[in-house]
Design a protein around this ligand. Structure first.
Ligand code: MFK
Ligand code: FAD
Length: 496
């Protein structure tokens, strides 16, 4: 019998995650830590089973049928098995509801669950992120009627009552620059608003609701004239006829996520707030989904690194296992170091968010959260691609072969830097924050945050802030130059 290589094995993703266990032990009171344990254990078990399950024979992509045999428009989407389990898992483990409980640990407990579920979810976490964002934005809007209508569904613990929300921003004319939005909101004689237009990427097309940007008829050009609307996509359990699904996108990765191009032809809509400044109103969605993106990018890295580590003990080359080859160990150590650094930054954010949302944060902490959110998203988005690529190489040729399950990690990772604001757009967002607030509040917040850090670490961060001050305030620092340097600057700050 010729030699047969052992495939990589995955340890229980929760019980074997030293970083996560340590973080939760440090930050949660004993009774909360104990109460959370069963959920995390179950989600880790689900993730383990999903990896082990032979999925070769199950559908890997959703199936879209526009017309029935008799010529009726049906726009039916058949979901993959992981997606069919999504609502049940979400509500059973309170993946959204837990984050909206009224205590300071709510967001940390939520994102520990998200981190464990993400890879097994086949990007069901994408519409979950948008639903979380929509719930947060509706709360921030103070629109009581819409809150009472939607929040019990978005935050439900009952799969039958649970609704997903989309986030309809991107159009053919602009994804980064949503000021070019062409969708029109028109008001009927009875006062009902309706949307007419085309949304070019709709990732929660199977959801029941969405927050959509549109230009009220007669309003001027540009982003300030946009309004934010709440819409529902179904009525009596059927898709509303005013939404036409043109097709599902054929994507590099995130294959199980049904991302659609849609037309809106008079879809009923309700303004979330004033009929202008829609970008300002949707900003809470952006900041929440960007945090989800960072946590999910981290989860992908963690999976890739765990598999590569395991394989290094199973694969022999030149007379000894890879784990005994100094250069391979060095390669793995580099991956682990990057991943652990990302973990430290990313999982600090749910703690900050929890403090801000419960009204316990200082103004400086709120400013820090605003800055670190785009920084964490832009840094981990790029890092996930690099880490997954290197981890695949750790398997040699097997890393390139589809039915090992490994290539999917890299294909999926490529989405993190693109959606929810590209790397450049987020670097410009960092600039937006620093130009608006200046560096001093951040310096103070970071100093407080680093009180217990090693002096050398605190020095590195202070050094980066000094460099930031020079860069922002230095002579000849024109807007053009600041923009051109924003990406390099943002990466330096994030890594520090
Ligand atoms: C599994 C992983 C989970 C992740 C799920 C992901 C699902 C993916 C689905 C999507 O991709 S949805 C589409 C996401 N689209 C974007 O992220 C758009 C990217 N473009 C930007 O972010 C642009 O910077 C932006 C659209 C915001 C530019 O718009 P404007 O109107 O030209 O910018 P402007 O005038 O600077 O900002 C308007 C207001 O919003 C300002 O406030 P004021 O009106 O009070 O002056 C800004 O301060 C405010 N603002 C902008 N970004 C903000 C923000 N406020 C808070 N936080 C922010 N991030
Ligand atoms: P563009 O804005 O045209 O950007 C092109 C390039 O120009 C990018 O590299 C960008 O960084 C750069 N660029 C743009 N402006 C600047 C600038 N000022 N300075 C420097 N560089 C700049 N959108 C939704 O609304 N809802 C969804 O559900 C949704 N789901 C998605 C799912 C997937 C799988 C993907 C891939 C995308 C999804 N999107 C969704 C769209 C996504 O948010 C946009 O593709 C993204 O925001 C970029 O917009 P764009 O494609 O128009 O690129």
């Amino acid at each position: 019998m010729a030699f047969l290589q052992d495939p990589p094995q995955l340890d229980h993703p929760y019980r074997s995650d030293r970083l996560l266990l340590d973080l939760l032990d440090r930050h949660l009171p004993t009774e909360r830590r104990e109460a959370l344990d069963a959920d995390l254990d179950a989600l880790g078990h689900y993730a383990l089973k999903a990896w082990q399950r032979e999925r070769a024979s199950t559908p890997k992509k959703p199936l879209f049928t526009a017309w029935d045999a008799w010529g009726r428009r049906i726009d039916r989407i058949e979901l993959t098995p992981a997606w069919q389990e999504g609502a049940w898992l979400t509500t059973r483990h309170a993946l959204l509801a837990a984050g909206h409980e009224a205590h300071v640990h709510a967001r940390l407990e939520q994102f520990a669950r998200v981190y464990l579920y993400h890879v097994a979810s086949a990007f069901y976490t994408c519409p979950l992120a948008m639903t979380d964002g929509a719930a947060t934005a509706l709360k921030a809007s103070g629109n009581a009627a819409l809150g009472e209508r939607a929040l019990p569904h978005f935050l439900s613990r009952d799969p039958e009552a649970f609704w997903l929300s989309g986030q309809w921003m991107t159009e053919t004319a602009g994804g980064s620059d949503v000021g070019r939005t062409e969708t029109i909101a028109r008001r009927d004689a009875d006062g009902q608003w309706r949307l007419y237009g085309r949304k070019w990427f709709s990732s929660a097309v199977v959801g029941e609701a969405a927050l959509a940007l549109a230009r009220p008829e007669g309003a001027g050009p540009g982003s300030r004239a946009l309004a934010l609307f709440y819409v529902e996509t179904t009525e009596h359990g059927r898709r509303r006829p005013e939404i036409l699904i043109d097709r599902l996108k054929d994507k590099l990765g995130t294959h199980e996520l049904p991302t659609a191009e849609i037309h809106l032809d008079g879809l009923p809509a309700w303004p979330v707030g004033e009929l202008a400044h829609g970008v300002r109103q949707i900003a809470p969605v952006l900041n929440i989904t960007r945090l989800w993106n960072a946590v999910c990018a981290l989860a992908s890295m963690s999976r890739a690194v765990a598999l590569a580590r395991d394989y290094a003990a199973r694969r022999q080359a030149f007379g000894r296992p890879l784990i005994e080859q100094p250069l391979h160990v060095e390669t793995l150590a580099g991956l682990v170091a990057e991943m652990e650094a990302a973990f430290a930054l990313v999982l600090a954010l749910p703690r900050l968010l929890g403090r801000v949302e419960q009204g316990l944060a200082t103004p400086h902490e709120a400013a820090l959260l605003r800055l670190l959110t785009p920084l964490a998203k832009l840094w981990t988005g790029k890092l996930a691609v690099a880490v997954c690529s290197e981890a695949l190489e750790c398997f040699g040729g097997a890393g390139y072969i589809e039915d090992t399950g490994l290539p999917q990690l890299l294909r999926d990772a490529q989405v993190y830097p693109i959606w929810e604001g590209t790397t450049n757009v987020l670097a410009l967002d960092v600039l937006r924050v620093l130009e608006a607030d200046g560096i001093e509040p951040l310096r103070q917040a970071i100093a407080a945050w680093l009180t217990n850090a090693a002096p050398a670490a605190a020095q590195v961060v202070q050094g980066a802030l000094d460099a930031a001050t020079c860069w922002l305030e230095g002579h000849g620092a024109t807007r053009e130059r600041r923009e051109a340097g924003a990406r390099g600057f943002a990466f330096t700050l994030a890594r520090s």
